[in-house]
Every structure is written in C-alpha cells, then in structure tokens.
Design a protein around this ligand. Structure first.
Ligand code: AMP
Length: 621
C-alpha cells in the first residue's frame, strides 16, 4: 500500500473527536494526569470542529447557582419533563452540578458573555440559557485543549477503535487516516474518550440540489460517535429518540433566542394562535402528566419540545400552514432588531444571508418556520448515545460499573453526543461531560485497569486493508463505468448516502412521511438496510476525499441500523412530534416507562434489545 503507517504509541488518554466534549476531556485529563500522555485525533481542525464550529449565540445550559437562580435538581426536572420522562437522571444531575464552573472558565479564557449592566449577572435568554458573543467560542475553548494535549492530530478521520487482543471487551486505541495525506494513523492507547459527533444527514434532508448540505446540525456530524462505539460492541440507549427541530425555513436558523429573549411567538397561515388547540387531543395520546387536565399547558412547566412540534405538524397537516414566527412586533424595538440579526450573524450566518437574498426583512414580514428532518444526537433536546456508567455517589447499581461515563466496553468513555440519556447538555454540558470522563479515565489507568494491553500486528494490518479497500475497488473497476457514475461493480459514497436517506425517510419516520412509521415499515427498512450493508463492501472511492465520505457513510449506516432497531423495540409513541408509531399511537407508561438498551454483537452483527429501569432520583418539586 502506498500510504505510510504512522504509529503513535504509549498514549494514556486518546481523545477521538474534539468538539466541545473532546476539548473538555483533553483539558481535564491534564489536570488529573500531569504526567500522562494525552493525544487528540480530530477529523477537521480543532479550532473549528464539532457542532460549535460556526459559533453560538447562547450557552443553553447554565444553572447560575452562585446567584441562586437554579440548582442542578431543577435542571433534571426540566430535562425529564422535556423528554417525556426519559433521562438518565444520575448523568444529568452530575453534568448539571458541574456545568457552571465550565462556563466560568470559558469567561476566564476570553469568551465574551453578555451581562446585565445593573446586577453584573450573565444576561439570561431563558431560564437555562445565557447570551454570549460566541462566533469565536470554539477557537477559544480549543486553545485550552491544545495547551493540555501532548499532541493534536488534525485532519484524521478516525474510522475504527482498536480492541485489546489480550482481554475481551477492552479498548486499546483507535485507527484512521489523514484526509489530506492519506497516511494510515494508529493510536495505541490505554483509554479512549469518544467525543465524536451525532448524526445529521441520515434522514433525507429538506434541502436538496443547490441547497444540499444546509441542515440544522453540523453536516460533518456523521454519526461517528455511534458508528465507532457500536462497532466496538458498546451498548447504546435511546437511539429511537431522534430529534426534529422547529427552525426558520431553509436556513435552519435556531429559534431559542427569538422565543425566549425577543418574546416572539408563532401563528398559523391565517394569523391565529394554534398550539393550544391541539392540547386536548394531545392529552388523549400522552396522558395528563405532561399537560394538565383541560389539555392546557401546565403553566409552571415548559411544553416538551416534541409536543410543540406535534402542534406545528398537525396544524400544517390540517391545511393551515405555513407557520410563521411573529417578528414584526419585536423588531420594532431597534435593540431587539439588532439582537435578532446578531443572533444569526454569530451562529447561523446562512439564515441572515438567506433573508437578505430573498428580501425577507423580519421587521416588515413574519418569516416562515418549518420542522426539520430528524437528527440523531444526544446533547440538544434528545438523548441518543452510549449506555454509560454514572458517578458512584449518585447512580443506582444498574447505572454504575466503576468509572463515570465509561461505556460497557472497558476503557472506552464518552462525552457530548456520545453519552446516552443526557439531553439538554448543549455546548457547556458537553464540555463538562468531557471533563468528567477524563477524570474517570485517569483513575481507570491509575487503578491498573489498562495493564497488559496488546495490539496484534494482524489487527493493525487487517484494519489498514479494510480502510483503503474503497480506493482499491475504484482502481480495479473504474474502467467498467457504463454511464456517468453508474458502475455494475460498485457504488460511490454519494449514491450510498442517497439510498440511506431515502430508506430512513420512508421507513423510519422522516419528514417525507410526516414522521410516521410502524412495525411493518420498520421490518421492510431493516431488510433493505441489510442489502445496503452488503453493498457497503463494494463502495468505491476515487480519491482520499471520497474515502472520507465512504467512512462517514459507514458510520451513518451503523447509526441508522441502531435507530431502526430501537424504534422497532419501543412499541409506543413516546415523543409525538419527533416520530409516531402508527401501530401504537399512544404513550404507554405501563409497559414503556423504561430506557431502551441495545447491544450489537461485534462478531455476528446480531442485535439484542433490553428494557433498562428508569430511576427517578430527583423528586417532583
Ligand atoms: P434553539 O435556539 O431552538 O436551539 O433552543 C435554544 C434553547 O431554547 C434550548 O434550551 C431550547 O430547549 C429552548 N427553547 C427553544 N424554543 C423554546 C420555546 N418555544 N419555549 C421554551 N424553550 C425553548
């Protein structure tokens, strides 16, 4: 093989993927592991990688405990309510009790946080959200990680985790390739903290043609957090809990600052309030725990995100779309108008550009909203990810196996999108999770748990052959193209992605079917997924860039299969507005007040599903 093999040996903590979770991990690993070798492998460049790459206008998870604003228990209650009960309360509490200190550090490192000039307190957007000038959020946080790590390898697409050849189910590092030079990189490490991203672009996106790639979550979030961990045999949880976002149409501009700070509100196409009309019917579906007896919203609690979506989707289906965001009132105030534009210029510049390009001035016209295609991730209002151990002082036995944020694979830890059951962490919470994972990883090493790891030459060579196979396939068969990119012997990554997106959309509840699926559809989808998996063996890459796309697709396929399996397993509609099981349209607390956990056998590829107990560790107020 033409590409060089570069081996980095004797690593203590390998951070695979350095968005906010991974940067938190590298930073904290240095604190607990003064003499440890800490290495970062990142697909892009750590200065502009992960979901925060483009910037953010708010930090959506800040307790404000020092000002008596909220305590961690409040946040657990909020996340629990928003997710219709389904959170890992031990992990959520653990994140919430540490998150403020992370935010204070960001400020120390130079992140401009907006402040109330009178009180000096951070300016609140909503109960949990504080406002920032965050275009440079990621470079600022990355600097701390760069100073902490011994080495940062940018432009490395991590494709597989290395497994210990001496002991079953123990991690030994990771491998990947440099997306610029093509070189093969082997990282032998005692622990791995997976900080890779969730998954955009697994469901067919609304944006097509020239708009393709304009999606809400980072388009480069290729489900690698899940692809890597599932392939290593880690158990996953809540993978059915995909998220659908209400967003400004086509630009996918977030709505949080508008709703919460600008106090804008929504209307249907006739200029009417529509949300509350759907609540009585909703109580028939979800019961009265989340909405009150008259079907009105419980005034002291926010409406769960999925239920807000449900009203939106139902109103549009009733023929009264589009849904508008009423900006024309707020934008009459010059200060709020400025905030409205700044919000996008600092985080979703495409939305501002789109409005400018299409003559939409929110001061004189209420912009359209839409519901997005679903995303699979674990840090916004959804909790997909690995089944991880919690902290020992809080977690019940079923949630604790020695090391905080360690997956069911020994020595493999997660942070951010990688950890399941912990929604509403957002950027600051993901960074905090990275810190918690790194502290535990250092302890794992100090406890001698990583002794005697052996990685065979065979494993390294086998993975190398596997990784570069798409280039070989292309070389062997490229002359047999029949027309354009059509070849009887291979598919290219774009063709594979199109196929996956169509399958997920039509069988797993994408926007094209109004987020609806059922057992029959899921079984057909899984059958088609098997055929796609066979064809993944015949994927071809004409250059290193396509090789990157081929491996991203691989991770997306692994993620999607898991979403199919979980969606099939949970026979109820737990989150109307995220997806519907047409054959079980009601929330069913008698049978499904549980977390779902899956395991894919590394050798056979067979899935085993189980129900895990859902412990409510924090009392109702
Ligand atoms: P977004 O900007 O939409 O990503 O959301 C930012 C934050 O605002 C998150 O914490 C959301 O859960 C919250 N949020 C967004 N829209 C609303 C709303 N209509 N009511 C309450 N919270 C919201």
């Amino acid at each position: 093989m033409a590409y060089k093999t570069i081996i980095e040996d004797d690593i203590d903590v390998l951070v695979a993927g350095a968005g906010l979770g991974g940067t938190g991990a590298a930073f904290e690993a240095r604190y607990w592991g003064k003499d440890k070798k800490i290495v970062i492998a990142e697909k892009a460049n750590i200065d502009r990688s992960g979901a925060v790459a483009q910037g953010l206008y708010a930090i959506n998870c800040y307790m404000g405990t020092r000002w008596g604003e909220n305590n961690p228990e409040d946040h657990v209650r909020y996340a629990r309510m928003d997710l219709m009960g389904m959170v890992r309360e031990d992990l959520a509490f653990d994140m919430a009790r540490h998150v403020d200190s992370a935010v204070h550090q960001f400020e120390e490192w130079g992140l401009p946080l907006m402040k109330d000039p009178k009180s000096g307190q951070y300016l609140r957007e909503g109960r949990w959200q504080i406002m920032i000038h965050g275009e440079s959020y990621k470079p600022i946080v990355a600097e701390a990680a760069k100073k902490s790590a011994d080495k940062v390898f940018n432009r490395i697409c991590v494709t597989h985790l290395l497994m210990d050849d001496a002991k079953e189910n123990r991690i030994a590092g990771a491998v990947g390739f440099n997306v610029r030079t093509g070189n093969y990189h082997v990282f032998k490490s005692k622990t791995v903290i997976c900080g890779a991203g969730g998954a955009s672009n697994i469901f067919k996106p609304r944006s097509v043609g020239e708009g393709a790639g304009r999606v809400w979550y980072a388009p480069w979030s290729s489900g690698s957090a899940y692809g890597l961990m599932i392939e290593a045999g880690a158990k996953m949880t809540q993978m059915e809990n995909r998220i659908v976002l209400a967003r400004f149409k086509d630009g996918y501009g977030p709505v949080g600052a508008y709703f919460l700070h600008l106090k804008t509100y929504t209307q249907n196409g006739l200029g009417e309030e529509y949300e509350s009309k759907w609540f009585p019917k909703l109580t028939e579906m979800v019961g009265k725990e989340y909405l009150d007896t008259e079907g009105q919203h419980l005034s002291h609690k926010p409406i769960p995100t999925c239920l807000r979506n449900h009203a939106f989707i139902s109103e549009v289906n009733a023929g009264r779309g589009p849904i508008h965001m009423v900006t024309m009132e707020a934008f009459q105030d010059p200060h709020l108008e400025e905030i409205g534009w700044h919000n996008f210029l600092g985080m979703t510049v495409g939305q501002a550009v789109l409005w400018a390009a299409t003559d939409v001035d929110p001061k004189y016209e209420n912009p359209e909203l839409t519901t997005s295609e679903p995303y699979v991730m674990g840090s916004h209002a959804t909790g997909c990810g690995a089944w991880c151990s919690g902290p020992e002082d809080v977690s019940p036995d079923e949630y604790f196996w020695g090391y905080n944020r360690m997956t069911t694979v020994e020595g493999l830890f997660g942070a951010g999108d990688a950890v399941g059951g912990t929604p509403h962490a957002f950027s600051s919470g993901s960074f905090t999770e990275g810190r918690l994972a790194a502290k535990a990883a250092c302890k794992y090493i100090d406890d001698g748990k990583a002794e005697g790891i052996r990685v065979s030459e065979q494993q390294i060579q086998d993975l190398k052959t596997k990784i570069y196979k798409p280039l070989e396939t292309y070389k062997v068969y490229s002359n047999e193209v029949v027309a354009g990119t059509v070849n009887p012997n291979f598919i290219n990554p774009r063709q594979g992605l199109d196929r996956l997106q169509k399958m997920m959309d039509e069988y797993c509840g994408g926007f094209g079917v109004n987020y609806m699926t059922n057992e029959k559809l899921l079984h057909i989808g899984l059958k088609k997924m098997k055929l796609l998996e066979e064809d993944m063996e015949k994927i071809a890459a004409s250059n290193i860039h396509e090789l990157l796309r081929a491996w991203e697709l691989n991770h997306r396929v692994r993620t999607s299969e898991s979403v199919f399996q979980h969606t099939l397993f949970r026979k109820e509609t737990r989150w109307p507005g995220y997806y519907y099981r047409g054959d079980a349209m009601k929330l069913n607390d008698d049978e499904w007040h549980v977390l779902t956990v899956s395991h894919r056998d590394r050798k056979t590829g067979e899935y085993t599903m189980e129900k895990a107990p859902l412990y409510h560790l924090v009392d109702e107020e």
